[in-house]
Design a protein around this ligand. Structure first.
Ligand SMILES: [Zn+2]
Length: 432
């Protein structure tokens, strides 16, 4: 096949021949010979093969649905460069997976940072709501659009079956030509070719019958089942969509039945242009979700509050009080001991332990050594309420006020006082 390959001389003197892509062929005459399928069909087949290949092809704008939380996986186009956006996950410190739609064209092909990267959560929610809204008043229209998709699918089947008929017809015509071209003097050959021709005609008739039969069955069978599905979809959609038991995989399937694609552009807000199967379009503008940095940059009032409260309260008590006031973390979560601690560390707020130590408070060991008793004796006294300490964290670590004068001497003086009072009592008793 001249012109469909390129030869190169290798360094060792040998020749390497490599095939060229079709657009680089020197000669290409479509439809020069009759084929089983038309040139257009051949090209369509190639296109289908390319689409089915699961890879990061630049020419792929739709991908098959896969497991994963991102609703629009495989349906999102980048509004900046037109490429398909893929789903990426990053895992937060608490283990939750955060899906994002990302356009990596710039990175893959030019080594630059991603074109754009958009959190999927807000987009998915907005589009879910839009589907619920759209499917109620416009259910008929959308159902029709879904019908188009089904029709397209059965058209594809139809095309495949028709190919069998076309092939049988081609063979019949070929057999006829062979028969007509034979010299009539060669009776035996002519008879054999005539028999071939008859066979081919019989096969053609059979192929046509099969085609008609299957086509009819296809139209009746699938139509009924799928009509039911469309009806169920149109009437039941909001319930189905909002039912927490509906698996994400099913939602993705539903979304793909209705949505052709979604173009996302991130600017001052996120613009989402939704194209439905029937060709109808809708546009949404969504506020930008707060970035991770924004989330960490929590309310300065909360920061100040925690800073002040640490003078008087342990972190678990602070969490409780902030929750009672209805305050939430930057990520909108209720406060816990851990979250208060994390918040404090991240904002460089001085710990309660350090504050109390700065105020001169003693640890259990220090106080025990000072009083000449064991640390557990100190804790026992604290438990009985005879020694008051300060809790400095959620684990119950305690710090104690330094004894006023000298605790040991106050104890002896107290003992002395007690003796005195006894003496006073007795003397007073004696006086009475
Ligand atoms: Zn892009």
């Amino acid at each position: 096949m001249y012109g469909r390959t390129r030869s190169r001389r290798k360094p060792d003197g040998g020749v390497r021949t490599e095939p060229l892509p079709q657009q680089d062929w020197q000669v290409l005459i479509p439809d020069a010979h009759e084929g089983y399928i038309t040139w257009a069909q051949y090209e369509a087949n190639l296109q289908r093969l390319r689409e089915n290949a699961w890879a990061y092809g630049a020419d792929r704008h739709r991908g098959p649905p896969r497991e994963g939380p991102a609703l629009l996986q495989g349906l999102v186009l980048c509004g900046r460069c037109g490429a398909r956006m893929t789903v990426h996950y990053y895992v937060r410190s608490d283990g939750t997976k955060v899906p994002t739609y990302r356009c990596l064209t710039h990175r893959v092909f030019h080594g630059r940072p991603p074109c754009q990267s958009i959190h999927s959560k807000a987009v998915d929610e907005a589009i879910g709501n839009l589907l619920v809204e759209v499917l109620t008043p416009l259910d008929l229209e959308v159902a029709l659009a879904v019908g188009d998709e089904i029709e397209r699918r059965s058209e594809e089947l139809d095309r495949l079956r028709r190919q069998h008929v076309e092939r049988a017809r081609y063979e019949a015509e070929l057999a006829e030509r062979r028969y007509r071209q034979v010299d009539p003097n060669h009776r035996l050959v002519a008879d054999a070719l005539e028999a071939d021709w008859n066979d081919a005609l019989r096969r053609l008739t059979e192929a046509r019958e099969v085609y008609e039969r299957e086509r009819k069955a296809d139209l009746e069978g699938t139509d009924e089942a799928q009509k039911q599905e469309i009806l169920a979809l149109a009437t039941d959609f909001p319930r189905l969509w909002r039912d927490p038991r509906t698996p994400q995989r099913e939602k993705k399937r539903l979304a793909r039945l209705i949505i052709e694609n979604v173009t996302l552009i991130k600017g001052g807000a996120i613009e989402a242009h939704i194209r439905f199967k029937g060709g109808a379009t809708r546009s949404l503008a969504l506020p930008l979700p707060r970035s991770a940095a924004d989330l960490r940059r929590a309310d300065p009032a909360v920061r100040e509050r925690i800073d002040r409260m640490l003078d008087d309260y342990a972190e678990d008590e602070i969490a409780e009080r902030l929750n009672q006031e209805g305050l939430r973390t930057g990520a909108g979560l209720p406060f816990t001991l851990e979250r208060v601690r994390e918040f404090r560390c991240r904002h460089g707020i001085k710990s309660r332990y350090q504050r109390l130590r700065d105020r001169g408070l003693w640890t259990v060991a220090e106080l025990a050594a000072h009083l000449g008793i064991t640390p557990s004796a100190v804790l026992n006294r604290h438990a009985r309420g005879t020694l008051s300490g300060y809790r400095c964290d959620g684990r119950g670590q305690l710090l104690f006020e330094r004894p006023k004068n000298d605790e040991a001497s106050t104890q002896t003086s107290r003992r002395r006082k007690r003796k005195q009072s006894i003496r006073v009592q007795s003397t007073s008793g004696g006086a009475v």
